[in-house]
Design a protein around this ligand. Sequence first.
Ligand code: NAD
Length: 293
Amino acid sequence: EQTVVLITGCSSGIGLSLAVRLASDPAKMYKVYATMRNLAKKERLLDCVKGLHKDTLDILQMDITDQRSILDARDRVREKRVNILVCNAGVGLMGPLEAQSLATMRQILEVNLLGTISTIQAFLPGMKAQGHGRILVTGSIGGLQGLPFNEVYCASKFAVEGACESLAILLQHFNIHVSLIECGPVNTDFLDNLQRAEPGDSSLQQVDAHTLSLYDTYLQHCGMVFQNAAQDTEDIVKVFLDAIQSSNPAFRYYTNNALIPLSSPKISALDGSQYIRNMSKIIFSTNGKGEQK
Ligand code: NAD
């Protein structure tokens, strides 16, 4: 019997790679429901699987901010069960907090937080009834530690951590495992897709010069981090496979060990100030060429 996997956000990036990898399994172990908000974007996924996967792949429309759309997708799963739910869809938001509109902030929370939670909600009764299940969530370094100019994104991802940890405690009683796959920078469309205040935007006109200069330094830092440390989606997919294939999956998997020392002061110095000092130094004391001032 195939393991039925439903993945959100499969038109690009991590979701697309994971869908392709699982649907290409030589033993056809998995039946993948690759879902995406906009089916017009399915060509990229279809190109990657080269049309060879009729019995291992189905593509469904699913906008995680639309409850009807989530339930419709769920009801289209022919096997009438989902063994593994992968909550992956998400969007970024970058810029000085003063420049963010309430509507934009709502939208980020709507997708990353409420979208993830409503997806889990929709599949939970089925998993409980079948007596087993896996819920995998694409987590972020921004869900574990604060990052300047990413306040709302981090808030949404921290919130996902809280929801997942809370659920994991309860779901032990139902043989349902929750795991977060914590990613650092990954080469995907994420940076292109995220909403970002760009120098010259009208939203930045009201922002003070000091903040704008720090934002500029941050953007250079961010560019450097992506250039030097970004992983490919294949690296992330390997970690998803570890979690999927483990008989007793961990709650958190880290895709990039280089990032763990950054958060360790949060645990070793519980008052939090050391992490804040370290991060400020790392981000704001470079001269833009990656050299320390
Ligand atoms: P991506 O932009 O390529 O993929 C995100 C996908 O989510 C897109 O296909 C997008 O269409 C989809 N999506 C957005 N809103 C949606 C909605 N309402 N309903 C359904 N789908 C929706 O970027 P990615 O890097 O593959 O992102 C996947 C996940 O990884 C996100 O949750 C992101 O926060 C997380 N992440 C990414 C990085 C990174 O550096 N790329 C780092 C840490 C965590």
